[in-house]
Design a binder for this molecule. Sequence first.
Ligand code: PMP
Length: 444
Amino acid sequence: MSMNQSVIQQVTTNQALQKRKTAVIARGQGNVYPVFVDYAKNSEVWDVDGNRYIDFASGIAVCNTGHSHPLIVEAVKNQVEKFSHSCVMVNPYEVAITLAEKLVELAPGESAKKAIFVSTGAEAVENCIKIARAHTKRRGVIAFNGGFHGRTNMTMALTGKIAPYKKDFGPFPAEIYHVPFPNELHGISVADSLQALNILFKVDIAAEDVAAIIVEPVQGEGGFYQAPAEFLQGLRDLCDQHGIVLIADEIQTGFARTGKMFCFEHANVEPDLITMAKGIAGGLPLSAVVGKQAIMDAPLPGGLGGTYGGSPVACAAALSVLQIIEQENLVQRSNEIGQIFAQHLEEMKLHYPGFIVDVRQIGAMLAIELVSDNDVDKPNPALTQAIIGKAAEYGLILLACGFYGNVIRFLPPLTISDETLEEGIAKFKLLFQDVIALQNIKTQ
Ligand code: PMP
């Protein structure tokens, strides 16, 4: 290799890195933005070209406590210096026990609980299914249309949307059933969904063969639709009646994101098992299942876990996350951020009535649903993509979601300042306005 060639290879621009990435990383692991992170601090991100972004994605609801919070950095450094791995299933360590003690206390409901640690959201979901099956000795699992539970084989099967998550990846495990998720905006009532479950019990699987029902209290990838409290209460009653394990998938909604520590608290419902990931450890790979003791203890010793589950470094980070949530009142702050943000989005809805059909806000989990002609049945994924496609130019990191790909979601770090929040919202307003103008669409 000549000197010139090696110099060229060292150039780290967004463009150069995207080229290198495309050459060596399969397209299946795509990236929303051709923007390569150099460093990030709290709610701001800088790319390798020196551009600054306001982060309204938080790495998909992971950095609720902001990027590189000093407490987390310190805890991680200290832990790595002591030791970084021994495997919790070989020689356990205190930091995991302390974290489990805190999580069983924080999980919604009064029942005595236990925890296990794994590494990813999908793994937490997989383990819930294993635990529920071991406890009930039943086979069936029910999930909801539009739900998202992960990309492993079992969690793909549970996910209620084909493209891109399941396309070409079958066969899937047997005994997975889907029913409609209540969605008032789209004409599905709580009664409709509960009725669909009762029909399923008559048509496809008897209730006494069902091990578990898994539900997101707010559908995340599905479009930020909140399950009404009476629905979660209805599911609780149904599960109690038939001895079915109720699993709360709180992977996207947990750790103060929705203005409660966990979203099920809004409905005052205690799930049997709860998945925790994303916001749990400020970006270090950690997930947990927390649930009622008798259910959690059903699998045999060695039946759960894995090499990296409960990494001491990730557990140390998670303890700092809990400390930050408490010290910085992030549950309350989540509501404040959500209210400020929602006010602006409601104004935008009034200003663009043909395009923004709905504004949703649960704590600092916000979304707008984009349509044509103010018609909820005319989803507008093209407009959504046009906005996401231009967000980086306006210094914003934004994500889409939704069953029809027509929802823009906002997940700012809960540590964002009012100034940065307002600055980001102003950028978003400008972006929206310019995209509408660019598309030559008349505002109504
Ligand atoms: N469940 C929910 C509700 C999620 O939002 C996600 C991730 N978006 C997962 C499961 C899967 O988590 P992971 O990507 O960490 O496997």
